[in-house]
Design a protein around this ligand. Structure first.
Ligand code: GUN
Ligand code: ZN
Length: 437
């Protein structure tokens, strides 16, 4: 028997961990933006150590592994579910989960009205702990296992988040040292000292998170950039989200606050905040010159189509981002985004870019799975279900039992569901072979 994913004995691995179970279902396994493996009657063999032993057609795996494993037949409930890799949410504010979907058709008034008062509540350590548990349980229920997460300004909220997070997650406390609003304003020295301590403590799971340029002075941004470099940790912030020409225009506000900078992007460039370990959210109204700077510095982008729709922020110019080879992956941006479901975000990705750029269902799945793992540098172990990676996946209820020759058709039927359908479609979630939902 010889097929690509068959387990083979290799050198020192003559006795790999035994296989614990084989999951039988449809399997959609993204390999790149335009490349996706699909098994209509698939098998995913998971080892006792939680890694993938093999993925392929179930009948072939059944022969290869004879009687030595337990078969978890996901099809037994009268439908044929679909296994996909655990999904990525590359931009989510966990402290906004309770107020998600409270739209106001512009960024700044929405922050004032709904977000500042809500985040202020996370000063309460008990509230933060209880809500962190709820939030990270909800992420698991939505099949999200890789994430870049914003916390509030508060130390206890950040600690609660790290305590309850499961999967591959990068988390940061927002830095807010401007008078914006006064009741969340931090003392710059204290905020930077806390950031530095956290960067040292949490290392590669930590993101220095100046909220956005208007929240910090040029000096604070520069100090934040220095900490990120010295501690070799992530950077995440917002860039060019709102440019609506009203008195609340974010891009204009940045122009007024930083008159020496050439552009919004240049504010961050001057602070040393750009680079391969930086994730910029939104990037909707950036000029060609700004995008060139992001490309040259290797800066990555979190694309949040549901949030951009909800706040009327505009369409991210995906074709200009792609042209320059800028890495990007999808994010929910809850609470501006209405749902934690990354399937709902993928659905929006296909809808908003149709007619502007080539998009497909399997590309959307790639942007919501492997692309995020690649950006966060965890694709050796996460992002898809290739052999030897962690068996981290979601089992989705399927729209029916008919056969699909092409995974785009299967995903199109899944994406045809409403927000509520997509929020209910995840039946199980596994992280490294262990069921977490
Ligand atoms: N810009 C600054 N803070 C925020 C936030 O919390 N959400 C969004 N969408 N944009 C922001
Ligand atoms: Zn955001």
């Amino acid at each position: 028997m010889n097929f690509p994913n068959a387990p083979q004995l290799r050198g020192m691995e003559a006795f790999p961990p035994p296989i614990k179970a084989v999951h039988r279902a449809r399997i959609v396994n993204p390999q790149g933006p335009n490349d996706c493996d699909y098994h209509e009657d698939g098998g995913l063999a998971v080892r006792a150590d939680g890694t993938v032993a093999a993925v392929g057609d179930f009948t072939l795996l059944a022969v290869a592994f004879a009687d030595r494993y337990e078969v978890i037949d996901e099809t037994k409930h009268g439908e044929r579910p679909t296994i996909i890799p655990g999904m990525n949410d590359l931009h989510v504010h966990w402290v906004q989960n309770e107020v998600r979907g409270r739209f106001r058709n512009s960024l700044m008034p929405w922050l004032e009205e709904h977000i500042w008062p809500e985040e202020h509540r996370y000063a309460d350590a008990q509230l933060a702990d209880a809500r962190a548990q709820t939030f990270f349980d909800e992420l698991a229920r939505h099949g999200t296992t890789v994430a870049a997460v914003y916390s509030s300004v508060h130390e206890s909220a950040l600690r609660a988040a790290f305590q309850h997070a499961a999967g591959r997650m990068v988390i940061g406390n927002v830095i807010m040292t401007s008078d914006f609003p006064p009741y969340l304003k931090q003392d710059p020295e204290e905020a930077l000292a806390m950031t530095d301590r956290f960067a040292e403590e949490f290392g590669g799971s930590y993101a220095v998170t100046p909220r956005f340029a208007p929240s910090c002075s040029a000096e604070v941004l520069k100090a934040a950039g220095r900490i990120a470099k010295q501690r070799n940790v992530w950077v995440q912030t917002h860039l060019s989200e709102n440019h609506d020409g009203t008195e609340h225009d974010e891009v204009e506000l940045v122009r007024r606050l930083f008159p020496d900078a050439k552009s919004y992007t240049d504010v961050y460039a001057r602070a040393g905040l750009l680079g391969r370990h930086t994730i910029m959210a939104h990037v909707i109204h950036a000029s060609d010159e700004e995008l060139d700077v992001l490309a040259q510095t290797g800066t990555c982008v979190a694309h949040c189509p549901t949030s951009n729709e909800a706040l009327g922020s505009g369409r991210m110019p995906v074709e200009r981002i792609r042209e320059r080879g800028i890495l990007y992956a999808l994010g929910s941006d809850v609470g501006a985004g209405p749902s934690l479901s990354m399937l709902h975000v993928m659905q929006a990705y296909n809808r908003v870019h149709a007619g502007h750029a080539d998009v497909s269902e399997t590309e959307a799945l790639y942007r919501g799975t492997l692309a995020g793992a690649e950006i966060l540098g965890v694709d050796r172990v996460a992002g898809n279900l290739n052999r030897d990676k962690e068996a981290t996946f979601a089992v989705l209820g399927s729209p029916g039992t008919r056969a699909y020759a092409n995974p785009n058709h299967l995903l199109a039927e899944i994406f045809a569901g409403s927000q509520a359908d997509l929020e209910a479609i995840v039946r199980k979630t596994y992280i490294a072979g262990r069921r977490v939902f």
